[in-house]
Design a protein around this ligand. Sequence first.
Ligand code: ZN
Ligand code: ZN
Length: 344
Amino acid sequence: MRAIVYRGPGDVGLEERPRPKVQSPTDALVRVTTTAVCGSDLHIYHGRIPNLAPGGVMGHEFVGVVEDLGDQVPGLAVGQRVVGAFSTSCGTCWYCRRALPTQCVQGKLFGFGELDGTQAEYVRVPLAATTLQPLPDALRDDEAMFVGDIFATGFYCAEQGGVRPGDTVAVLGCGPVGLFTQMSARLFGAAQVVAIDLVESRLAMAQKLGAVAVHAGQDDPVAHVRALTEGRGADVVCEAVGHESALRTAFRLVRPGGTISVVGVYVEQDVPFPLGRMFMRDITFRIGICPVRNYMERLIPLIASKRVDLAQIVTHSMPLDAGVEAYALFDAKRDNAVKILLRP
Ligand SMILES: [Zn+2]
Ligand SMILES: [Zn+2]
């Protein structure tokens, strides 16, 4: 089969690989129909994941069809369409029982060296009964795929922020997760959503989706948000960038008594934390990798009922064979790329 493989920093390649097989009774083999390049794949692409050995298949977002099953995968059948979570989880360990599937003792991430990823024709899915979610036929791949990663993450970011009706929500970042966070803030009843980024085309998309767009290089986001909130600052600040400069801005954007919710990816970074300022201003700070498994079943009806239109952020749909070009395009944000799907 064909697969996009990590070769080293700045280098991915299309390679021929043996088709994976079911190895354990709890495995499924999935024929991938749609996968994508995610912002967190760029951390690998740039060599920012310590000790990641070359040779692994990339990718962790996927929709596909069950091709083969072990004999301990209740609830799934060969031929069924499924969406996958970006990491596996067992559903029964101490963490899974406490709704923390991303901390599962048996959990592994797809495409980060632990498990071969999904930018391939086929992927082996361990712990398939809890890692895969069956899909209704009515839902297209480009609507359904996002519940396994970026829509769940955006929704989680707004939920962790405790967004309430009438709130002003500032969202740092207008990449795919940032845009889905903005949509989710609206679902929770935000009165105004302020979208902050440095890329014109992404700000234009945020504006089209109903946000007030602020270009952080041309305008002062803090002054802008204060002007919209009688000088207070944002009730909730969502950080969907994963960079120290965004976090610093988040500390300045939040109003006294407000909440900062961080889903931007930080890998082995330590960032100074203004403890005194946060203490005196009664700030709630939340951060974490989305327990995506908790959201898949819950978010599918939201998409099926058309309360959100997730496919709006898809700017490119390319064959898997063009995966190397997709990485270059997405990394450089060329051709106004926001979300690139790959079709094996
Ligand atoms: Zn991702
Ligand atoms: Zn578990």
